[in-house]
Design a protein around this ligand. Structure first.
Ligand SMILES: CC(C)(COP(=O)(O)OP(=O)(O)OC[C@H]1O[C@@H](n2cnc3c(N)ncnc32)[C@H](O)[C@@H]1OP(=O)(O)O)[C@@H](O)C(=O)NCCC(=O)NCCS
Length: 182
């Protein structure tokens, strides 16, 4: 468990799949999160994903998925994945599904906990993520956590009616450490 001031990142439980189902069937949220175009999800598919990834193969995988909890309830989920042991890099992802918690710094606290986990607990050298040009809230949250834009794939993503740039961001361990002391 990673415990912040207002946010706790805890292991996902099977009964969280109902909350994830609700989040994943929110079309706007799915568009903001990137990835495949939104489509209907079922509880059975989420439960299979959980059984496959969080139970059966959990020990074989370095991926980490967390429920984001605040005020005693699950408000979103996040994780670290694609760990590369040669480069000592991994990717970060976060989605706050409960809109009441958007733009209130819960995201940056969650990202801060994930960065602490990546750099201090898992000795990573660099953490990366992808977002999109139209997701200004996410970009600002990531910049506030010390990420910098490293690259931009022009008109890479079809985003429910228009093409938008995909933005690649990264933060180095020394940048994170410097941010802690300022
Ligand atoms: C992206 C996300 C994790 C950010 O977390 P958050 O708690 O909402 O963000 P924070 O409050 O930490 O920071 C938000 C920043 O965006 C700004 N902002 C808030 N609302 C905004 C809006 N509608 N448009 C643009 N900027 C906005 C805030 O002022 C703040 O920037 P600042 O510190 O420079 O003033 C969260 O909003 C979320 O999960 N959204 C839905 C899914 C998603 O977009 N996932 C990310 C995919 S890459």
């Amino acid at each position: 468990m990673l415990i912040g001031e207002r946010v706790t990142l805890r292991p996902l439980r099977r009964d969280d799949m109902e909350t994830l189902l609700r989040f994943s069937n929110d079309v706007e949220l799915e568009l903001l999160g990137g990835g495949d175009p939104p489509k209907p999800h079922t509880l059975e598919a989420w439960q299979s994903w959980y059984d496959e990834n969080m139970v059966k193969d959990a020990d074989k995988k370095s991926d980490m998925s967390f429920a984001i909890e605040a005020d005693g309830k699950m408000i979103g989920h996040c994780g670290l994945w694609r760990f590369n042991s040669t480069n000592r890099t991994c990717c970060l992802g976060i989605g706050i599904g409960d809109r009441a918690y958007w733009s209130r710094s819960y995201g940056r606290e969650g990202v801060g906990l994930l960065l602490d986990c990546a750099f201090r607990l898992h000795n990573q050298r660099k953490v990366c993520l992808d977002t999109s040009d139209d997701n200004v809230r996410a970009q600002r949250c990531y910049k506030a956590c010390g990420f910098v834009e490293e690259g931009r794939l022009r008109q890479q993503l079809w985003r429910g009616g228009q093409y938008v740039d995909e933005i690649h961001m990264g933060i180095l361990e020394e940048e994170w450490r410097k941010g802690l002391s300022t």
